[in-house]
Design a protein around this ligand. Structure first.
Ligand code: UT7
Length: 331
């Protein structure tokens, strides 16, 4: 009997309408379009506006988009995993809210926090559920409302991040397609370089934490940059090599969209030319767990059955990893 693999059988996505351009940022902090474009590759990002609009709004829209496109009955969904660091609330899990909103009344659902690597962590988890033979339809969502934890007076972080969410549907297959391999890593000593200090159980919200602006992302940009460049490139090369993937047979690199210079370094290390690198950082910026599913959403029409896709991410924790996916359908 052939081994069960988890095929990605559908993709959904959602980005909010509001576009925060580099020009508008110039009016908010001491920065300029030339610096942002040359140092990061970002031109604009999307922002979810409005009262009481959490990341669930985008996750629900992405999941509904995918269900409509794949004509899937939400009652058949077994599990929903939502990768995010900006849940609507600490609890209940945002995935619980999504499950109810889309009518996935037979699903169990939970959130996963692995920052920018969240989607690939959740993809590997969802794929394991499918491979076990216990579950037949798993939705994996990656999304963040980064604007809710960004300090718009800090020019080193506010220029990078944006809001958005994407998702995939995983189903079993015995064909030679699907999630083929992955390698995931973490190193908690990265905490000092990238974190949100308050709001958790160590430093609960208080007037003092608010006054000290501790409910925002702190990032030591250039230190994170160095770790990201090395680790994302190394782990991509590792997964590529052990699967005999190379510049010729890799169809697409789908890298986390944090900084175009990190993306370029990863592509160079694996020997992949620019036209094979999925990129939308210029339009969405860094949506944390949203970047990779939003790439799949944007590129879906260009994808063909059998395409070799190498996904790679690096982020807070530190967490990082690479996933090799053989695409299962023609876009
Ligand atoms: O996604 C999760 C993981 N995160 C990442 O992977 C992000 C990794 N880091 C980065 O992408 C980059 O470090 C940043 C884009 C955050 C910053 O770029 P950088 O090239 O590392 O800049 P830097 O922090 O080393 O700063 C260089 C200079 C400094 O000025 P001086 O000290 O050389 O005079 C900064 O003050 O650029 C200045 N600067 C800015 N200038 C204009 C920093 N931010 C800005 C800005 N506009 N927005």
């Amino acid at each position: 009997m052939s081994k069960i693999k988890a095929a990605i059988t559908g993709v959904g996505g959602y980005v909010p309408d509001y576009i925060l351009t580099n020009k508008e940022l110039e009016t908010m902090v001491e920065t300029n379009d030339e610096w942002i474009t040359s140092r990061t590759g970002i031109k604009e990002r999307r922002i979810l506006k409005g009262e009481s609009q959490g990341v669930s709004v985008m996750g629900i829209a992405a999941a509904k988009d995918m269900l409509a496109k794949t004509k899937t009955d939400p009652k058949e969904i077994d599990a929903i995993i939502f990768a995010t660091v900006t849940p609507d609330m600490t609890f209940p899990a945002t995935a619980n809210l999504v499950a109810t909103a889309i009518g996935a009344t037979n699903a169990f659902s939970f959130d996963m926090g692995a920052a920018c690597s969240g989607f690939i962590y959740a993809l590997a988890t969802g794929a394991s559920y499918i491979q076990s033979g216990m579950y037949k339809k798993v939705i994996v969502i990656g999304g963040d409302k980064m604007s809710s934890i960004i300090d718009y007076t800090d020019r080193t972080t506010c220029i990078i991040f944006g809001d958005g969410a994407g998702c995939v549907l995983l189903e079993p297959t015995t064909e030679d397609v699907g999630v083929m391999d992955w390698e995931l890593r973490s190193d908690g000593s990265g905490e000092q370089f990238l974190h949100m200090k308050a709001g958790g159980s160590r430093n609960p919200a208080s007037t003092e934490t608010i006054a000290k602006r501790e409910h925002y992302v702190y990032q030591a940009g250039s230190a994170v940059f160095k770790f990201a460049v090395t680790n994302m490139a190394d782990i991509s090369a590792q997964v590529a090599e052990r699967n005999n993937l190379n510049a010729e047979n890799i169809t697409w690199l789908a890298p986390h969209q944090a900084n175009k210079r990190i993306i370029d370094a990863t592509a160079q290390r694996v020997g992949i030319s620019d036209e094979k690198v999925m990129m939308n950082i210029e339009r969405y910026g860094n949506t944390t767990a949203g970047t990779i599913p939003l790439l799949l959403w944007d590129y879906e029409k260009q994808l063909k059955k059998g395409d070799n896709i190498l996904m790679a991410a690096f982020g807070g924790g530190f967490t990082w990893g690479a996933v090799y996916v053989k695409w299962a359908y023609n876009g």
